[in-house]
Design a protein around this ligand. Structure first.
Ligand code: ATP
Length: 666
């Protein structure tokens, strides 16, 4: 049985303006193993078209090309892939070696596509390179070889899977006379070993080396001439296991491809990495700042106690905004005064009336109501010990909200004894051994500054990461100071103790429903939270835009890569790469780019966080960037997903390239 049989093969090309061109007009021939057939003819006579149809690169023909009794036109996709892998070997005029792979990888690429083990394929590639006399060059890249050497590598590659048929399209067309002889002898040897060699040539001299010459003219065989047969020396066939390429091998190939364009890929990955960095940084900054702020704001943590204020700062802000909007400058000025007064605790609007206290007392599950006073001052309340001064931002009255665990040293101040408690930060500032010391307190009471000597009996540390300097004294003591100065102290904060901690939040809610507000700390935390949220959204949106830009960049780079490697894709298809394999290689490149970008992004964020945190630590003892493993992982995943999405189009485009067109590309 002949190896190949052509029966009335016709091939039509569609013309761009409509109509069709008949490139093959009923070609019939039989080819046997061990033949070396020269296909000769004028340029444009249809030689390459015939080779492409026989080679299974173009199945769109009429008639039959029978291989092992089956028409190529009827091959399933899998059969065609196996035909390329196992039955056909291609040798091209312009060698078509893959420039970024060394010779051993170039020769073994067909075996890689057949999923052969590394050891097996390297062994076989070395044997083949030895056979073509290039073993010592096996780690060179194609660029480092002469034309003849390149063609020898291409011959070794064509033989890798030990095919039945070798299709050589002008294999000596680009070589000088001497090299031509070497290559021709090699090809003769291949045919003599029992393979069918079909070789397109323009040269009569080359044709004279063959055992048969087939002349084509305008798509038809015009002569079929037998010449001197070859001296056959059949060789044992190599058993080659054909499988489909695994994902792992696609990733390995992609990695090699990417190494070839290292600097470009590093640049792209860095660009994308910066986008990823901005996202992770925003998330980490958001978390870091929020926990810093809430740490600052957490002062008391007795879970039984709800701190209630008369008016919410938000309400005041709203009133301020209204005044601003109406353009009423007198109203605005008044509102601002009110705000200041409320903060400093001197506002009458923020004081609870007796009626208010009754209302609050009536809330369900309230066990105890405790009057309190809280004022913020910037610089006017101070403690002095010797030459040291501590500025107290908060002036507060002792209350049940203070958890026992927060009292680090000493105890709560007792009423009527001029005792105070201060926060640990201020305590450290004044003296390491502050307990029991008498300090001079200057307090802003109404419009006066009152000086009083008080004894520090306790030091507390609020839960959370930070705290604001605070002076605490009993309510009755403060009331007395007010009275001594002709003023009446009115509570501007109320502490409601619940019968059980499960009721604390419902008590807070009930108070809010009655028109009161939560603690200043809570309000400020909420305000900061909402500002931070808005900020985080805005910054994340900006980061998202930079990610979009990165995605487009990856899309462009992968597209360029497909265009640059069109010929390579053609070769891979000729060697039996499935669409899926090509798609996998390019998707793997996108994956690797995404992974590299993600790693760069995380590394950059980490470096930046070290820098930023160092600065903020020394400036305000705060860690503002909190890069968690979850954020790092999120960054990595986002990077890989975006990159792979950007890679879908180029990978699909590459997988759909027509091998004939791709190989024709210069
Ligand atoms: N894709 C195509 N679309 C339309 N016509 C085509 C296409 N490819 C080839 N042809 C035409 O088919 C004919 C045969 O082309 P082919 O490339 O097979 O010739 P050839 O004998 O190999 O030529 P050469 O020796 O110059 O390589 C030519 O007239 C060519 O213009």
């Amino acid at each position: 049985m002949p190896v190949l049989e052509l029966k009335d093969v016709k091939k039509y090309y569609k013309m761009p303006g409509g109509g069709q061109y008949e490139a093959l007009r009923g070609v019939s021939a039989k080819f046997d193993a061990g033949e070396m057939v020269a296909i000769v003819g004028e340029s444009g006579s249809g030689k390459s078209t015939l080779m492409n149809t026989i080679g299974g690169l173009d199945s769109d023909f009429e008639g039959a090309i029978l291989y092992e009794g089956k028409n190529l036109r009827d091959f399933s996709q899998k059969e065609m892939v196996n035909y390329h892998k196992k039955s056909i070997g291609f040798i091209f005029q312009n060698f078509n070696l893959i420039p970024h792979l060394d010779l051993i990888d170039n020769v073994s690429i067909a075996m890689t596509l057949s999923n052969a083990e590394v050891k097996v394929r390297r062994q076989r590639a070395m044997e083949l390179l030895e056979q073509v006399g290039l073993k010592e060059h096996m780690y060179k890249k194609p660029d480092q070889l002469s034309g003849g050497q390149k063609q020898r590598v291409a011959i070794a590659r064509a033989l890798a899977n030990d095919p039945d048929v070798i299709i050589a399209d002008e294999p000596t067309g680009a070589l000088d006379a001497e090299t031509t002889d070497v290559i021709l002898n090699m090809i003769r040897d291949i045919a003599a070993s029992g393979k069918l060699v079909l070789m397109v040539t323009h040269s009569d001299k080359v044709a004279s080396h063959c055992s048969r010459v087939l002349r084509i003219d305008r798509g038809q065989i015009v002569s079929d001439q037998e010449q001197k047969p070859l001296d056959h020396h059949p060789q044992a066939r190599t058993e080659v296991k054909i499988q489909q390429m695994s994902w792992f091998k696609a990733v390995a190939l992609a990695f090699k491809n990417m190494k070839a364009k290292m600097s470009r890929n590093v640049l792209v990955a860095t660009g994308m990495g910066i986008g990823i960095m901005s996202v992770i940084l925003m998330l980490s900054l958001g978390k870091g700042v929020t926990s810093y702020v809430s740490g600052q704001m957490t002062t008391y943590s007795n879970p039984l106690v709800a701190e209630i204020q008369k008016t919410s700062s938000q309400k005041m802000r709203q009133q301020g905004m209204q005044a601003q909007q109406t353009g009423n400058s007198a109203a605005l000025a008044k509102q601002q005064q009110k705000n200041m007064a409320s903060l400093s605790g001197t506002s009458s609007a923020s004081a609870f009336s007796k009626k208010d206290l009754k209302k609050l007392q009536k809330i369900a599950h309230v066990k105890k109501l405790q009057k309190g006073y809280s004022a913020i001052s910037l610089g006017s309340n101070q403690l002095k010990l010797g030459k040291k001064t501590a500025s107290m931002i908060y002036l507060k009255t002792v209350n049940d909200g203070i958890a026992k665990s927060e009292i680090k040293k000493g105890r709560l101040p007792k009423a009527g004894k001029n005792e105070v408690m201060i926060d640990s930060g201020s305590a450290d500032n004044l003296s390491k051994k502050i307990l029991g010391k008498k300090v001079k307190a200057s307090l802003q009471i109404g419009t006066k500054t009152v000086t009083k000597t008080v004894k520090v009996v306790g030091v507390y540390e609020a839960s959370g990461s930070g705290q604001v300097s605070t002076l605490l004294l009993p309510y009755s003591d403060l009331a007395k100071i007010f009275k001594d100065n002709g003023l009446t102290l009115k509570p501007n904060v109320v502490y409601l103790t619940a019968t059980d901690k499960q009721y604390t939040s419902s008590i807070k809610q009930a108070a809010k429903d009655k028109g009161f507000a939560g603690s200043m700390q809570e309000q400020m935390t909420e305000m900061f939270d909402s500002i931070l949220n808005v900020l985080t959204y805005v910054l994340t949106a900006i980061a998202a835009v930079s990610l979009l830009v990165s995605a487009i960049m990856i899309l462009v780079v992968l597209n360029i890569s497909v265009v640059e490697r069109t010929q390579e894709i053609g070769v891979m298809k000729a060697l039996g790469a499935r669409r899926k394999d090509i798609r996998r290689i390019f998707s793997s490149e996108a994956f690797l780019l995404g992974l590299a970008s993600g790693i760069i992004g995380v590394a950059l964020t980490w470096l930046l966080s070290l820098g930023i945190n160092h600065v903020t630590q020394s400036a305000f003892k705060a860690t503002v960037v909190s890069l968690t493993p979850q954020y790092a992982l999120t960054g990595l995943v986002i990077s890989i997903v975006i990159s792979m999405i950007a890679g879908i189009l180029p990978a699909n485009h590459a997988s759909k390239l027509d091998p004939v067109e791709a190989l024709r590309k210069e």
